[in-house]
Write a protein that binds this ligand. Sequence first.
Ligand SMILES: [Zn+2]
Length: 239
Amino acid sequence: MHSVLVYHTINRSDQSCPEMISPERFEQQLSWLARNRKVVSLSETLMRNSKESLVAITFDDGYRDNLTTALPLLEKYQLPMTLFVVAGFVGRENYLSEDELREMARHPLVTIGSHGLWHRHFTNLSAKDARLELIESRRRLRNLINDQVDLLAWPYGECNPELETLSGQCGYRASWSVWKGSNGAHSRWRVPLGSRDNLLRFIAKASGVYALTEAKWHRLKNARLPKASPASTQTLSYE
Ligand SMILES: [Zn+2]
């Protein structure tokens, strides 16, 4: 099984943020990946046999430090990444500006995908609103970067069979969740990373075996929780 890794923000300003990874630790992880794994673009994982156990790197939300901190390190190790941008967050404080997003999009190591328009809980949206989010985020990003946008990451990793169908209808070639959905064309699983992941945990997470056990545990836990309870929100903190 391929391992698609999910990062958010690479900085050291808020040690309590579970999604934050320091630049030093991020570089340690990239260095390990460059020496021990075959890292490919996200699109390439769609075309290659899962037995090859490739690794792809993704970033969610569109933080500015993805350009200022993460990209120079990815360049150093020549590792590609896909950046899933919340279209409505472009230009906000700590997020990429329009110019910065265009700079990322032009970079040969970077692919831009959509992470929705406003980072909403898609499973709580009406079909009409979900369709609007999918189409409008794609349109805005495409206009901003002047290039196609046909990859999607569900905000909070949340999806269901109806949304998976809708994503295809709205022009997306493939979509990724975080353990949820069927792991089919529009709910492919990814491995979330955060501040608790030391190198040993990272190595385990970068292997398909960990992904399978973690996915089962996560799905079992969610199946037992009432929908949209505070506890279930807690489980989404990495996404
Ligand atoms: Zn997100």
